[in-house]
Design a protein around this ligand. Structure first.
Ligand code: SAH
Length: 273
């Protein structure tokens, strides 16, 4: 195993929980803090979304699967938090490893609050979120000067598994040129319908990036009017992206074939300084 570079690494003390992001899949997207944590923990409590290859970076360490995945039976959030508390109280070094970033649609905040309530000391290690890193691996920049000045990250599921009724999709449609939807496959029809009802065009470019950054990554380019149809065929987990940023893939799809150097058709039009 590669040695960690010299640094003042925080000691992983017994009885602590580290809430850590594992990134979207490619082990190369782990942070050095995450790697240090994998090397120093006694037990890893991980999600279904954490790539098995990443757990191999903690050889011989006990693994507890606390996966939550839409549609399948999974431990209740409260039970996961209680398990973390119990393990910490046993004096273990507990690595709570979550896909992407622990605080981005990952319920890391809830687990943190439960630890605070129980008086268990913890540390948070951010990770690369699928909505940024996953799209980057598909050649889609979440912001680009000629496209958008803001980006909206939104969940397509609420706690009950329904399309979130608390979200004002009209406001989302109007707020940002680029919309990045987590957990959006199941309710893609409702979401696309609501965005179009609020004025987004049926021909607006969209992408579905499945299993981003893993060797199984697949990207489907489509338009908003066909998003639901394509989503029904796509593999989970997937990130949906709505907006002209998707066109940049035609130039920036570094993992595929470069097809166009002027995907937005703006060369010569935009001030380039
Ligand atoms: N904390 C995670 C998100 C958890 S919510 C993060 O920051 O990335 C779970 C959703 O994240 C999935 O339904 C999917 O929309 C997205 N996701 C996570 N990993 C992904 C991957 N490798 N490829 C595509 N989408 C992914």
């Amino acid at each position: 195993m590669t040695a960690l570079p010299p640094h003042d690494w925080p000691p992983f003390l017994p009885g602590w929980v580290w809430l850590c992001g594992a990134g979207p899949g490619d082990p190369g997207l782990l942070t050095l803090h995450a790697l240090h944590a994998l090397r120093s923990c006694d037990v890893v409590v991980h999600d279904a979304l954490v790539e098995p290859a990443i757990l191999d970076w903690a050889p011989g360490v006990e693994r507890i699967h606390a996966g939550k995945r839409g549609g399948k039976p999974s431990p209740k959030q409260r039970d996961i938090s209680l398990r973390l508390i119990e393990l910490a109280r046993e004096g273990r070094r507990v690595l709570r490893l979550k896909g992407g970033d622990p605080f981005v649609f990952g319920r890391g905040g809830e687990e943190g609050l439960a630890l605070v309530e129980a008086g268990v000391p913890f540390r948070v290690i951010p990770g690369i979120s699928a909505g940024i890193g996953g799209l980057a691996y598909a050649g889609i920049p979440v912001t680009h000067r000629d496209v958008n000045q803001s980006v909206t990250f939104v969940t397509g599921h609420d706690q009950s598994g329904e399309a979130p009724s608390a979200i004002d999709w009209g406001a989302v449609a109007r707020a940002s040129e680029v919309i990045v939807i987590y957990m959006g496959l199941k309710h893609a029809a409702t979401i696309a319908g609501a965005l179009m009802a609020a004025g987004r065009g049926a021909l607006e470019p969209c992408a579905i990036v499945s299993e981003a950054t893993t060797p199984r990554q697949r990207v489907v380019e489509t338009v908003l009017g066909r998003l639901a149809e394509e989503a029904a065929r796509a593999e989970a987990p997937a990130i949906l992206c709505v907006g002209r940023a998707v066109l940049l893939r035609q130039a920036l799809d570094w993992a595929g074939v470069v097809r166009s150097a002027d995907p937005l058709g703006t060369r010569g039009l935009s001030a380039s300084a």
